[in-house]
Design a binder for this molecule. Structure first.
Ligand code: TMP
Length: 210
């Protein structure tokens, strides 16, 4: 269906995705690729409006399945209006979080359950699965400290109990094992330049970029 590549970045709070994404974008553009940098929840006006409902307010603001449906409602808009058209014209889409966040946050660490996540993923994402998922692995004690330093109003998930964040890390490592063919785990406790180099090496090797 596409000439492009779909790359997603995943990890717990404060793993350093944002800094890494801008470095990867610059390196891909230097090779002459069109890069679309986007994020979830969000990436289109409709999905950004849904994001505001999801990432602010009390941790118990939504029932588990309501929250899950909101993430997939945002994802559907994002896929249809931004991601699929970009892939169809041959761009590289770099997405800050995607369905593996839902698997980890809602399906495993949260209360929505894995079956509901997979059912909606099949319906909404279908064949538009990432070609490569970089999972930034970090001890949640370090990640949450980093996240607190830049904390704004989007702190609904950061505010969950420490056990939730420990469960998230385990969930991501399990996802990496389940979807080995597209996932690579990188150690995010290192300095940003070192993280960028290991992520870049993985990306070039897996996608056979030149
Ligand atoms: P961000 O802080 O990395 O931009 O992500 C926003 C928050 O939304 C973050 O706490 C993780 C959470 N999230 C989920 O719980 N499920 C999802 O499917 C996505 C995409 C994000």
């Amino acid at each position: 269906m596409t000439g492009g590549h779909f790359i997603t970045l995943e990890g717990g709070e404060g793993a350093g995705k944002t800094t890494l994404l801008s470095t990867l974008k610059a390196r891909l553009e230097a090779l002459g690729h069109e890069v679309v940098l986007t994020r979830e929840p969000g990436g289109t006006p409709g999905a950004e409006a849904i994001r505001a409902l999801l990432v602010t307010g009390a941790a118990d603001r939504w029932m588990a399945l309501s929250e899950l449906c909101l993430f997939f409602a945002a994802r559907e808009d994002h896929l249809e209006r931004l991601i699929r058209p970009a892939l169809a014209r041959g761009a590289i889409v770099l997405c800050d979080r995607f369905s593996d966040s839902t698997r980890a946050y809602q399906g495993q660490a949260g209360g929505a359950g894995r079956a509901a996540v997979e059912a909606l993923d099949g319906l909404i994402v279908g064949h538009t699965q990432p070609d490569l998922t970089l999972i930034l692995d970090i001890d949640p004690a370090i990640g949450l400290k980093r996240a607190a330093a830049r904390r704004g109003t989007e702190d609904r998930f950061e505010g969950k109990a420490f056990a939730f964040h420990t469960a998230l890390r385990a969930a991501y490592l399990e996802i990496a094992e389940t979807f080995k063919h597209r996932c690579g785990v990188v150690d995010a406790s290192v300095a940003p330049e070192e993280l960028a180099d290991s992520a870049w090496a993985l990306l070039v090797a897996r996608l056979k970029l030149s």
